[in-house]
Design a protein around this ligand. Structure first.
Ligand code: KIV
Ligand code: NA
Length: 264
């Protein structure tokens, strides 16, 4: 599994090749996405919403993440497999290590954590134990109740500076990747240029090193509210395999995300 290594993904940034990431929660979709050339598959704690039907990601447990990571891992041959540490499972360094260890043992090749420079020691300790870390910044859904809703981050100069400095600090601590969610395109571009590690955007415009989408959004089967930044690739293709191929293609050639999916 995961023949595409972190080194490969990092080289893609250096070569200016765009990275296509998508979420998966089971072996069937994971295998299909892998077959169609997605570079990285994320077992997102978004599963709390799209699989379990909750209104946010907070109820997701480490056991849930381990279960879905193991299922996804069985379907993946090439893509770099990343798994989210869920809400409150990395609130101290020891918990972070124990829980990241479980995700890695289930087949993850990197773990993702939400938050800023206060996680630097956690990143260092995970790295010392052999665990690569992706830092998730901007709209971090585990903090939805702190933010007062799912809303764009970094529109004001002060918050933009904050996010920028968190990204630099986490890179310096050893983070190997950043996911940037729902920030203005200008801020995403500035961070992407400042970092040597890959920056993957969702609702962050086209100037990041790659894109990630929740799979249900990418094939247009999300019920209720559909975020502005997502696109239904199934509508144009009428076939799930072709839809995923089109997503990878449009990420690669910069057609996705378009202006209509982007915050300014
Ligand atoms: O949980 C998730 O699906 C995520 C992506 C939206 C980045 O964290
Ligand atoms: Na997540």
């Amino acid at each position: 599994m995961s023949k595409i290594s972190l080194t490969h993904i990092q080289k893609m940034k250096q070569n200016g090749e765009k990275i296509a990431m998508i979420t998966a929660y089971d072996a069937t979709f994971a295998r299909l996405f892998d077959d169609e050339g997605v570079h990285s598959i994320l077992v997102g704690d978004s599963l709390g919403m799209v699989v379990q039907g909750h209104n946010d990601t907070l109820p997701v447990t480490v056991d849930d993440m381990v279960y879905h990571t193991a299922n996804v891992a069985r379907g993946v041959q090439n893509a770099l497999l990343i798994a989210d540490l869920p809400f409150m499972s990395y609130s101290d360094i020891q918990s972070a290590c124990i829980n990241a260890g479980r995700l890695m043992a289930a087949g993850a090749r990197m773990v993702k954590i939400e938050g800023g420079d206060w996680l630097c020691e956690t990143v260092k300790q995970l790295n010392r134990n052999g665990v690569p870390v992706c830092a998730h910044l901007g709209l971090t859904p585990q903090s939805v109740h702190l933010f007062g809703g799912f809303r764009i981050q970094g529109r004001d100069a002060q918050r933009a500076e904050e996010i920028y400095h968190h990204a630099l600090a986490l890179q310096a601590a050893g983070a190997q990747m950043v996911v940037l969610e729902c920030v203005p395109e200008q801020l995403a571009e500035r961070i992407t240029k400042a970092l040597r590690i890959p920056v993957i955007g969702i609702g962050a415009g086209v100037r990041t090193d790659g894109q990630v989408l929740v799979m249900q959004d990418a094939i247009g089967i999300t019920s209720g509210y559909v975020p502005k930044f997502s696109k239904n690739f199934l509508a144009e293709t009428g076939d799930i395999r072709k839809a995923i191929r089109l997503y990878v293609e449009q990420v690669a050639n910069g057609q996705f995300p378009a202006a209509e999916h982007t915050f300014n």
